[in-house]
Design a protein around this ligand. Structure first.
Ligand SMILES: NC(=O)c1ccc[n+]([C@@H]2O[C@H](COP(=O)([O-])OP(=O)(O)OC[C@H]3O[C@@H](n4cnc5c(N)ncnc54)[C@H](O)[C@@H]3O)[C@@H](O)[C@H]2O)c1
Length: 408
């Protein structure tokens, strides 16, 4: 079988299937990923995953390559970003299909695992047929291929646990497509495999992340209200959560990552008239970085030649993933609008500043102790474990802006 796209999702999926003795070819257009993986090395941070990858590569069960191959089944795990208007950009799915189409034979299964708006799996299948009119989507035809959607819901950082143990929603374009996909995922997933149709499977993933986004927006809105009223929002939420049926999430500097900050837009762009609350939640969460920036601007305006320690630029705790990170955007905007502000970034999960920050002469990547000791303002953006452990006495006399409630 073949996994197309060997990133945070595709590579662990390929390695888990290979670990069950299935020969897997992984295809990625990024040659440096292909080379790294074939050396048995993981091209990103994922705790515990290196051992599994090394083993399946050593056993010859997983091989990465840049060109497409013939296979019985394909799982497509390419990026699905949104365009300026927040509609999905299917260019990566389309290019994956263009590479795959010449190799498809009757009976093949194609599963789209990339998070996608309702209707994307069907559109992908129709594009395959446009390129290969000799194949059919009618499952009773001899030349039928089978197409399904199976969204991924693992948490980066916990993939070793969740890849096998999370329940999966699996929806085919036809009943046989569902069944073949269930059989494939059953090779490595020990949890429940929930059968539905492709559009419902697409919406299920988007609904899960929109649920999280709306609930985080509620917490973020409470943080603004609490500031206005002079209340500690963390205490407020802790007290309210003692109610047996209340479970408010935690506020932060915004919402980031490849999923929660992106997926709700796929519902909004599909059904803009109806998705009012989902859109409002996006706006509340996207507005939070500006609010944090306002607090920082206020703090530095009172200090001559201020030095600020910005703790964390990943989109959440204890990972190196910077995608859609509100913390990274806050640091970049601070540097852009304050060329004389001395910014010390502390990010224990990366070795170098990302390209988007590297050109700023007023930003340095520094270790935690040095950055704190030299800073006038300490801005905590991510609740990494290293930051939770710091000796509070080192913060004495400094202006603290704690967007995560770590040091309360
Ligand atoms: N990262 C997550 O936590 C997560 C969780 C659930 C779902 N998803 C979804 O899974 C999908 C993949 O996400 P990811 O985090 O693995 O992305 P990623 O950027 O880490 O990996 C995608 C890989 O696809 C490769 N690629 C792009 N076009 C290709 C093509 N035409 N052929 C072969 N390879 C190609 C890229 O080089 C890259 O290595 C997205 O739709 C995402 O929304 C991600």
């Amino acid at each position: 079988m073949c996994v197309v796209g060997l990133g945070y999702i595709g590579l662990p999926t390929a390695a888990f299937i290979a670990s069950k003795g299935v020969k897997v070819t992984g295809v990625d257009v990024n040659m440096s990923y292909v080379d790294t993986i074939n050396r048995g090395e993981v091209p990103f941070v994922e705790p515990g995953f290196d051992v599994l990858l090394r083993q399946v590569v050593k056993d010859g069960l997983l091989e990465a390559r840049a060109d497409q191959v013939e296979a019985d089944a394909y799982i497509v795990c390419v990026p699905t970003p949104f365009k300026e208007n927040h509609a999905v950009d299917t260019k990566y799915i389309n290019s994956a299909v263009e590479a795959m189409a010449p190799h498809l034979r009757p009976g093949a299964l194609v599963v789209l695992e990339s998070t996608s708006p309702p209707g994307t799996t069907k559109a992908m299948a129709e594009y395959i047929i446009e390129l290969r009119p000799d194949l059919s989507l009618n499952e009773d035809d001899e030349n039928a291929i089978f197409v399904a959607h199976c969204p991924e819901r693992v948490l980066p950082g916990q993939i070793m646990e969740e890849m096998e143990n999370n329940d999966r929603v699996i929806g085919g374009l036809t009943p046989k497509g569902t069944k073949l996909a269930v059989d494939l995922y059953g090779t490595f997933c020990t949890a429940e495999l929930l059968e539905t149709d492709a559009t419902t499977a697409e919406m299920a993933k988007l609904t899960e992340n929109s649920f999280r986004d709306v609930n985080i927006a509620f917490a973020n809105e409470l943080s603004l209200i609490s500031d206005r009223l002079g209340i500690d929002v963390w205490e407020l939420i802790e007290l309210a959560n003692h109610h047996p049926r209340v479970n408010i999430l935690q506020p932060g500097p915004g919402v980031g990552g490849h999923c929660i900050a992106v997926d709700p837009w796929f519902i909004v762009s599909s059904t803009p008239e109806e998705a009012k609350m989902i859109k409002l939640a996006r706006d509340v969460n996207d507005g939070k970085p500006q609010y944090v920036l306002g607090k920082v601007e206020d703090a530095i305006s009172k200090i001559e030649s201020p030095v600020i320690a910005a703790l964390g630029i990943a989109f959440k705790a204890d990972i190196d993933d910077l995608r859609e990170s509100p913390s990274l955007n806050i640091v970049r905007e601070l540097a852009e609008s304050n060329s004389d502000l001395d910014i010390r970034v502390v990010e224990p999960n990366i070795g170098d500043l990302p390209v988007s920050l590297a050109d700023f002469v007023n930003i340095k990547l520094q270790d935690l102790d040095k950055a704190i000791s030299e800073a006038d303002v300490v801005l905590l953006l991510v609740d990494h474990k290293e930051f939770k452990k710091i000796d509070r006495s080192t913060l004495a006399g400094k202006t603290i802006i704690d967007t995560r409630g770590v040091w309360r």
